[in-house]
Design a protein around this ligand. Sequence first.
Ligand code: NOJ
Length: 755
Amino acid sequence: MKLKFSLLTALSAALLAAGCSTSPRSSQYDPETEKKIENLLGQMTLEEKIGQTNQLSCYFVPEEMAQVLRSGAVGSVLNALTPEVANQLQRYAVEESRLGIPIIISRDVIHGYKTVFPIPLGQAATFDPELVEQGARAAAVEATAAGIRWTFSPMLDIARDPRWGRIAEGSGEDPYLTTVMGAAMTRGYQGNGIGDPTCMAACAKHFVGYGAAEGGRDYNSTNIPERLLRNVYLPPFEESVRNCGAMTVMTSFNDNDGVPSTANSWLLKQVLRDEWGFDGMVVTDWNSAGELIAHGFAADEADAARLSLTAGVDMDMMSHTYFNHIADLIRDGKVSEKQLDDAVRNILRLKFRLGLFDNPYVDPELSTRVNYCEEHLAAARRCALESAVLLQNENRVLPFDPSKIKRLLVTGPLADAPYEQMGTWTFDGEASHTVTPLAALRETYGDRIQIDYEPVLAYSRDTATPAELAALTARAARADAVLVVVGEEAILSGEAHCLGDLNLQGSQRELMAAARRSGKPVATIIMAGRPLTIAEDLKNTDALLYAFHPGTMGGPALVDLLFGVASPSGKTPVTFPMVVGQIPIHYNHNMTGRPAAGTETLLKDTPVGAGQTSLGCTSFLLDAGFHPLYPFGYGLSYTTFEYDEIALDKQEYAADDTIRVSFRLSNTGDRDATEVAQLYVRDLVGSISRPVKELKAFARIDLKAGESRRVEFELPVGQLAFWGLDMQKRVEPGAFQLWVAGDSNSGEPIPFNVK
Ligand code: NOJ
């Protein structure tokens, strides 16, 4: 996708059509490397080959790992915690094993290593891939200084169900946004590729469909037909692997249509290797080879190893099935040594690409120089600032005017919860380095504003008595304004932390109501790993900033937004449901035969004894309609924006044309701010029913108060291609509509044709 301004402003969203051309592609066989691989492979015993496929967690002290490493029985170690340990483990492998093959040290570095960035869902809300790339780069610089050369990120799972706790770890519901953000992370992690000691191999995961777990329960089965898989779930992986050179891919835990990913040879061979030309390495998820037995797909461990290796999995994470059974399987003729050799080639290629043979060690002093360095903290702060979404601002209560507030009451369990605000998957971030909103308020405004703090609730599930709530109301009444910080603790989202009820936990709703009863202006920040069902809570606050879990620098970033140092610019990366019963709800659903029209009779108006008829009926819920609380792509600012003069350069396009959409964007308010302009398309008639809207481009545009600017999106017609009835990917000629707007539910359609 290319985008340009008539004012020649360089912009960040020019991504997809350009692919990841600035980033090195790993998927190119280098003859020299291949020669080295063959040479080494020729010297390896069967046991040493099997050892390369074995990934172990560093549960033991390094001395206890010594024996396995010296014997060449392990190819990769997860979770070595310090540079000293990393060096020690490498020494056993490189200096004391027969062939001196280095190990790859890996870890879940998901949204920062020491400097924690917002959770990936929050990062997606920035709609700022350049910033997301910087975040991944910072993570790679810090993690590689500790000897970690392989991260299990980006998570590219499309998630349309916020009950699923892992929605926090991805970019939300949209294939395009997930593709762009996944590409940015891949580039950021892998840096300049081979020879760059700060290059950390990315791992595109979880391959594939994992986010569609039935009922939002983690690890559950999925039932995604191939066409949907190709149109929605596979594109982020294809981009990351094919155009950005992601060096590794992780299979997912789920079975799709009965076939567990870890044994899905169609997926791993036909799609990944043959269609996309992937020459990197495939790893299982933790024990997912062993879990083929629990799936009822493998009879026993040997069978599980046979099925995974045969399907195309190179490395086994922690099931030990490869280590324990491959030799026998080869001896019995159930798998061939060539299958094993191919897996080992892919593993060795990764090690060569990472430069591990030349330089397996790290400088133990480096960590102290790069961890929490100013550059990383500044990027994390900016990312937290851009990721917060302003969902409500009644009476323009925000931004607070520091000259008018003498006393501010701060309440809520997340106002000063440094560990919780880092969110899920932060093994290495430290609460002691995290700045909370309360700390940032005291630091920045403590000399001018009396900051009164009463959390009332110690954590999100805590409860308060009526007397405690009444005391809070009285205290709030003595302040000039109230800041409430509520949400979810980190542990309530992420892996295996799924919920059936998405309302605020504990007495948080009552706490908001108690603050509201004071009659003072109330601003609320929600920190959470998912969109919560907050329709009722909106009544208890003037303003609402949705911050996701904002990471190390969340406090200063949010305080800047509260006091108008910057205007909010985040947009929802996922639809916010009114109630859990609406889930799954996503903006890009297919056109149905009876679409909801907004004129439906809801439960409260349904007469007792009414006769049944299907005439005029549509797709909606009697008690929850069909409107979400907030659509995808939504977010307010302290200013207002207007889109007009939207025009296409032509009415009809050929398949190889580029559509040029120009429009005027105006900042019609009194503050400088940034708007995320979005381009959506609908294909009106296809060989299959198509989504009502699909995001095809976006751009962050900075405008001064009162400024107008002409902006142009360029959309290659090829980007309208999809997998149709005949399972071919192509653009189908016909009528289309296009919107340019500030969210997925605004704007007027503009027609065009493709011939
Ligand atoms: C299980 C998770 O599903 C995966 O995302 C993670 O990378 C591995 N464990 C390793 O910790």
